[in-house]
Design a protein around this ligand. Sequence first.
Ligand SMILES: Cc1cc2nc3c(=O)[nH]c(=O)nc-3n(C[C@H](O)[C@H](O)[C@H](O)COP(=O)(O)O)c2cc1C
Length: 231
Amino acid sequence: MDRRKFLATTITAGASASLTSTAAAASNDKTIRIVGVSCSPRKGKTTATAIQVALDAAKAVDSRIKVELIDLGGLKIAGTSGGSTSAEAKQPEDDFELEVLPVLKAPRVPDAMIVGSPSYFRSMSALCKAFIERLQVFREPKLQLADMPLGALAVGAYRNGGQELVIQEIQTAMLCHEVMVVGGKPRAHQGATLWNAYKDDIMKDEFGIETAKQLGIRVAEAAIRLAEKRG
Ligand SMILES: Cc1cc2nc3c(=O)[nH]c(=O)nc-3n(C[C@H](O)[C@H](O)[C@H](O)COP(=O)(O)O)c2cc1C
C-alpha cells in the first residue's frame, strides 16, 4: 500500500495531487485544501470518524474545497527531541518524517486544518502532543502555518470528560504557529465536542456529530474568506 493510501482513509477525488507537483502548478491551483488530523492511537475509531464528518461538512460548503483525512492511528510518532530549530533537534526518522510530513506538504501546506484528539485523562493524547510538537518543522525558515484557520475537535467517553479542555490545549499549542483559531457555529462555539457513549458508534451522538459538522462549516468559511483575500 502506498504512503498516501496508508495514511488517508478518505481522499476526495482531486485531492490526491502528485507528490511531485511543481511550485508553479501549486500556485495556479485554486483548490482550498482542508486537512483533518485524527490523533487517536486507534485507527478509524471515534475521533477519525468525527473528523471525517467535519471534513464532509466542510467540503459541502464550496466546490473548491478538497478534504483529506490523516489518521495517525497505528503510527509511531515521537515528540520533539528539543532544540530551537529542527536541525538542532535532530528529529527521529519516524512515521512523522516518513509518512505524515510528505502528505502535509503535498502539494503545499494545508489552507486549513482540523485537529482532533480523544480525551485522555482530560488532556489531549500523547500522540496529539507529539504531532503538534513535530509541526516545529513548519516554523522554519518562516512560519508556514501562519494565518491558517484551525479548528479543534475532542471525543470523550464521558459527557463532561474534558472535551473542551482538550480543544483548548490543541488551540493553545497551535497558536505558536500563529494560526487563526476558529470555533464552530452555534452549539460548537469552541469546537466539536463528542461523547463516545455508544460503544464506539459515534454517529449515534447526534449532538456531537452536529458540532463536528458546524466546526467543518466554520473552518471552510474561514478558509474561503482567506483564499479570496489572497486572490
Ligand atoms: C488512558 C485513557 C484515558 C481516558 N480518559 C478519558 C477522560 O479523561 N475523559 C473521557 O471522557 N474519556 C476518556 N477516555 C476515553 C476516550 O476518550 C474515548 O474512548 C474516545 O472515544 C477514544 O477515541 P477513539 O475512539 O478515537 O480512540 C480515556 C481513554 C483512555 C484509553
